[in-house]
Ligand binder design. Structure first.
Ligand code: SAH
Length: 342
């Protein structure tokens, strides 16, 4: 038995043959899964009835149920998706002109414990398997045509590297959901071996790195991961990544009032990211979280001044607007519109 959504398109012939099923059915199976977007094998009416029974037994469709659905006024929608063992994750749909972005989760909970992040507040429950990540995507595909995928939901993708990468390769596959690699963004809190591994994959996924502070002293206060891979090591890995792949890196920087939003911090950040070729910066206004009421979002003028310093230093910077806050979907990573691009 192997979950159908864990199998890459090119593997289907071999998987069918290995179970005494006809390999030529692979095309029909893929059509049912990713064009017809079946949610159960009984819906695969192009397959003979007997084969449908075999498929149920050998290649089950991962159980993933929408437990809750909340829509915010700006059209952002948050889905709570539950799996067979009771674990659940959030996935968010963000409509914008010309695009429909899904924010996907790779773990139930998170072990990274970044101070300002709600997902890590209760620690890690467990990592998701590739088919569970794909199941989240297929649920959303049935709602609408997804044009972009950001791996910015619950969890740290590089703490679940193999399953995340398998899921993303499947979602990217031409005979799968066929979502372009450049429309898929992986976001990491800065797990250096993950960045190094991604550089060897030869796939053009976009990479975002959550930096949030311009030096070790500040970063260690809000991101425990910094003690393992401090800023210098992280930036060196990022520079090696961009040199090797010729792909840009976006540094995420969540602005926290009175903590990392000063002019000096902006100058320090500009100098730091300029060490990395093709670096961009995304400034995110903090979405306040219940467990840290002391962390506050800066005033608009403060954020614009911060932005100004970066732009004057020639750093390509964007200030994001968080969306979905009335559906409690915002953790700041959701893009509404860029109010400034250099
Ligand atoms: N673990 C990955 C991906 C998940 S978080 C990572 O750390 O990148 C996606 C982004 O949202 C990260 O940049 C994260 O730091 C940011 N984020 C989390 N909670 C936030 C909050 N309360 N306000 C603003 N941004 C937040």
């Amino acid at each position: 038995m192997k979950p159908a959504w864990s199998i890459l398109p090119e593997e289907w012939k071999g998987e069918l043959a290995a179970r005494g099923l006809r390999p030529f059915r692979a095309e029909q199976v893929l059509h049912s899964l990713y064009r017809d977007m079946i949610s159960g094998w009984d819906e695969a009416t192009t397959l003979p009835k007997e084969l449908r029974e075999d498929m149920k037994r050998e290649f089950p469709l991962t159980e993933a149920t929408v437990l809750d659905r909340a829509r915010s006024e700006d059209g952002t929608e948050k889905l709570l998706v539950g799996f067979a063992d009771g674990a659940s994750v959030e996935t968010v749909l963000i409509p914008a002109t010309g695009r429909f972005t899904q924010c996907i989760s790779t773990q139930a909970g998170c072990a990274m414990r970044c101070a300002f992040c709600a997902s890590g507040a209760k620690g890690l429950l467990r990592s998701l398997s590739a088919d569970e990540i794909v199941a989240q995507h297929m649920i959303c595909r049935r709602i609408g045509q997804i044009t972009n995928l950001v791996v910015m939901g619950m969890g740290e993708p590089f703490a679940n590297y193999d399953e995340t990468m398998r899921a993303l390769k499947l979602i990217n596959a031409g005979k799968g959901p066929n979502l372009g690699a450049r429309h898929i963004t992986i976001s990491t809190c800065g797990i250096v071996p993950g960045i190094e591994r991604l550089a060897t994959e030869g796939i053009q996924f976009e990479l975002s790195v959550s930096l949030h502070a311009p030096n070790d002293e500040l970063r260690s206060k809000i991101m425990p991961v910094n003690s393992r891979w401090p800023v210098g090591e992280l930036m060196a890995a990022c520079a090696a990544y961009t040199r090797k792949t010729k792909r840009a890196i976006t540094f995420e920087y969540t602005l926290v009032s009175g903590f990392n939003d000063s002019r000096e911090a902006a100058e320090e950040l500009a100098a730091l990211v300029k060490r990395v070729p093709l670096a961009k910066v995304n400034l995110i206004p903090l979405s306040p979280v219940d467990h840290r009421p002391d962390l506050k979002r800066p005033h608009e003028a403060q954020m614009l001044a911060f932005l100004d310093v970066l732009m004057k230093n020639g750093v390509q910077t964007m200030l994001r607007r968080s969306r979905g806050s009335d559906a409690s979907a915002a953790c700041g990573q959701l893009r509404l519109r860029s109010i400034a691009v250099s």
